[in-house]
Design a protein around this ligand. Structure first.
Ligand code: NIG
Ligand code: FE
Length: 421
């Protein structure tokens, strides 16, 4: 059955089918068609055009949605989240306010290990239930594609539990979902003081088990000060490469860690965080297929520097933004807020921030042939707004509830219902 959306004020984010990502000055523009219609068939964008050229066959079955001069945009893609976790870490929020840093909280046995303890005690069904609440939350806020990491298991059994939950979310949610194995998020408690043996466990037991079940699209390492070294990262990425699993890695959040360079050396699809980078990292990324991905929600929550987004664009590089939705450094998956932080704190133009949250974010999770733009043949994951004055308004009025409907695979998700799933 066909769905036809008519009277769209601005159909925003149109791109040719062959565009996989936008680099440097290409990010300055967002193509818009004014006074438009768009049709959906079999969950995909079937066609679009100007209202003046719309011919509706009276006999055609289907339904017509009058946009009433609202805008239609592609849903946001969120290429870096940890949204499968148990409970939350609101206690550490108090420690943080009292002045402890992220690293100090982690060094006291809190942080990621705290979440790992909670996850260990939580059954798979309950973990799935909690994660699906977050999925309902982000889809209502306009996210239509999401990458989700493991990394709160830190034992083979619990990492597999997390990845199986992600597989269920992928099957059930209507979002485009990609999974990322992050066994190297922290050293599991049983291996305290024996980090290299934990890396052995990742390489010799976890990766083979994950690959045997086909549970991960990507492999990740928290390559940073106090977590995993460049050498350990290379070992893990080398092992993953033997199983055909491409990296997306955490780099340069807490220090200039060498994470960008090791990521590039192993052809990472993305290197993420980048709060602390020098010109050397920018040089290292030039001419590569690796998407620099910044997570301004983590900078906001932890009071860290924001990534040097404008310098990356001036160097001709692409840039993606992501929420980093997780219980420790960014307990929010709101991509509109991410877009707003991109503009307000990183000085991206609304067009650059929009491209960073859509087509480039799709690239950073390996789905830019499916999502991230208004393109015939892409999945009809769309946002329909109430009438809004401009693209800039999305970031400017970032708390205003102007989303009228979110469509996932062509079907509207009622943003007022408790859970669409
Ligand atoms: O991306 N940096 C490492 N991992 C997460 C935080 C995870 C946590 O604190 O639970 C991040 O910020
Ligand atoms: Fe992260």
């Amino acid at each position: 059955m066909e769905t036809l959306i008519i009277n769209i004020n601005r159909l925003t984010g149109i791109l040719p089918a062959e565009t996989r990502r936008l680099c440097g000055a290409e990010m300055d523009k967002v193509q818009v068609l004014e006074d438009a219609w768009l049709s959906i068939r079999d969950g995909k964008i079937a066609a679009f055009g100007p209202m003046s050229e719309l011919k509706v066959e009276k006999t055609a079955p289907g339904r017509i949605i009058d946009a009433g001069k609202g805008d239609v945009l592609p849903t946001f893609c969120d290429p870096h989240t940890h949204l499968v976790y148990a409970g939350c870490r609101d206690g550490e929020f108090r420690d943080k306010i009292a002045g402890l840093t992220y690293e100090e909280i982690a060094a006291r046995g809190g942080g990621i290990l705290n979440s790992a303890d909670l996850l260990h005690e939580t059954g798979e069904d309950e973990l799935y239930r909690q994660a699906m609440e977050r999925i309902a939350e982000i889809s209502a806020m306009g996210t239509g594609a999401v990458e989700i990491k493991s990394g709160y298991g830190l034992t083979t059994e619990d990492e597999l539990k997390m990845l199986r939950v992600i597989r269920r979310i992928r099957k059930d949610s209507g979002l485009i979902v990609r999974s990322n194995f992050l066994g190297a998020h922290a050293v599991g408690r049983a291996y305290t003081g024996r980090q290299s043996e934990y890396v052995d466990l990742i390489c010799m037991e976890m990766i083979p088990a994950v690959a045997a079940e086909g549970l991960a699209d990507f492999v990740d390492v928290f390559c940073d000060q106090g977590f995993f070294t460049v050498e350990e990262t290379a070992r893990i990425l080398e092992t993953a490469a033997r199983y055909g699993i491409r990296p997306k890695i955490h780099a340069n959040e807490l220090a200039v860690s060498g994470g960008v360079q090791v990521g590039v050396a192993w052809n990472a699809l993305s290197v993420d965080h980048l709060e602390r980078t020098t010109d050397t990292e920018i040089e290292a990324l030039k001419g590569t297929e690796t998407m620099p991905t910044m997570l301004p929600g983590a900078s906001f929550f932890l009071g860290m520097p924001y990534g040097r987004a404008k310098d990356y664009l001036a160097a001709g590089l692409p840039l993606a933004l992501a929420s980093d939705y997780n219980p420790g450094s960014s307990p929010s998956g709101n991509m509109r807020f991410v877009m707003a932080l991109g503009c307000i704190r990183m000085r991206l133009t609304p067009e650059q921030a929009f491209n960073a949250c859509t087509i480039n974010a799709a690239y950073a999770m390996g789905v830019s042939e499916l999502a991230g733009s208004i393109t015939v043949g892409k999945t009809a994951n769309l946002i329909l707004t109430r009438p809004i004055p401009s693209l800039a308004y999305i970031a400017y009025a970032h708390q205003t509830p102007f989303i009228r409907s979110v469509f996932l695979q062509g079907k509207p998700v009622d943003s007022t219902s408790k859970s669409p799933f």
